[in-house]
Design a protein around this ligand. Sequence first.
Ligand SMILES: Cc1cc2nc3c(=O)[nH]c(=O)nc-3n(C[C@H](O)[C@H](O)[C@H](O)COP(=O)(O)OP(=O)(O)OC[C@H]3O[C@@H](n4cnc5c(N)ncnc54)[C@H](O)[C@@H]3O)c2cc1C
Ligand code: FES
Length: 283
Amino acid sequence: MTKNKIKTVRVQKIREECKDIKSFRFNVMDLFKNYEAPLPGQFIMVWVPGVDEIPMSLSSADSEGNWMISVKKVGECTKALHNLSEGDYIGIRGPLGNAFKIPKNKSKNIFLIGGGIGTAPLGFLAQELHKKGHEFTFIEGVKQRSELFLNKNLEDQCGENSNLIFCTDDGSYGVKGFASTIFRNMIQKLTERENLRTVAYTCGPEIMMYETFKICEEFNIPLQASLERIMRCGCGLCGLCALEPLGLLVCKDGPVFPSKILRQIDDFAKYKMDFSGKKISLS
Ligand SMILES: Cc1cc2nc3c(=O)[nH]c(=O)nc-3n(C[C@H](O)[C@H](O)[C@H](O)COP(=O)(O)OP(=O)(O)OC[C@H]3O[C@@H](n4cnc5c(N)ncnc54)[C@H](O)[C@@H]3O)c2cc1C
Ligand code: FES
C-alpha cells in the first residue's frame, strides 16, 4: 500500500490498559506488497468512518504485520475508537514520520522518560532496544495510580535486564514525583564516564519533555523527543504541525527531534496551532 492511501483493517484485539486508555491490535500484512515493519517513533493516521482521522503512534509492530496503537480517550474520535468492538473496521494510513535512532554501540547508558500516554511509543522503542540487546532504564510517570500502563506488556517489552521505574505525582504508586525529577536524581549520581555514554529518549506532556531537555542540556546528554502537534493531513500539506522558526513539520520532519533541533524550536513547550491555524499557549 502507498503510505498515504487509506486502507481498511479489522480490529482483532482490544485491551483495556487502564482508566481511559485502550490498546487496539490489527494485522496489516495483506495491505503491503513488500512489507517492512515500521520503526519505533513512527505514527499512523487512524480514520474512524463518519467521525475523523487522527494521528496515533504505534505502540508495537512486528515482522508478521501485527500493529498496535494505544489510545487515550480525550475527545470525539478517541471516544469513537473506545466504543469499537473486536471485529470492527478502521481506516489507516502509514507508517508516517521518522523514528527514534537506536544506538549501534551496546555500551550506551540509555534512559527512556515517558509521561502518560507518551509511554506508548516508548514501549515500542523499549521492545526494539531489548531485541537488539540493549539494557536501559525506563521511567514511566503519571498523575495517579489509575493512569498507569501497569501491565505485563510493558514488562515484556523492557525485558528482564532493564530497569522499569513507575512514578506518580501523588505518590499513589511507585516513587512519588515527576518522571523528569527522578531522571535528574539518577543522572546526578552518574560518574563522569557514565555520563559521557548516556543517551535519553522522551515522549509525553510537552512540559515534561522540556524539563527533561533542560536536564539533558545541563549534563550534556543527547536527547530525542517525540513532539505532538495538531495534525490534519499527516503528510506535509496543511502546515498545521509547523514548528517555528524553522518551519519543520512534525508529521514529515518528525515527530522525533534531536537536541540539536530542539534547541532551535521557539515553540517548544510554549505554543502549538489549533485546528484553525491560530497559535495557542501550551501552558
Ligand atoms: C504524532 C502524534 C502521535 C500521537 N500518538 C498518540 C497515541 O499514541 N495515543 C494517543 O492517545 N494519542 C496520541 N496522539 C494525540 C491524538 O492524536 C489526539 O489526542 C487526538 O487527535 C484527539 O482526537 P479527538 O477527536 O479524540 O479529540 P478532539 O475532540 O479533537 O480534541 C480533544 C483534545 O485533544 C487535543 N487534540 C486534538 N487533536 C490533537 C492532535 N492531533 N494532537 C494533539 N492534541 C490534539 C485538542 O486540542 C483537545 O484539547 C498523537 C498525536 C500526534 C501528533
Ligand atoms: S499535519 Fe499537515 S503538514 Fe503536518
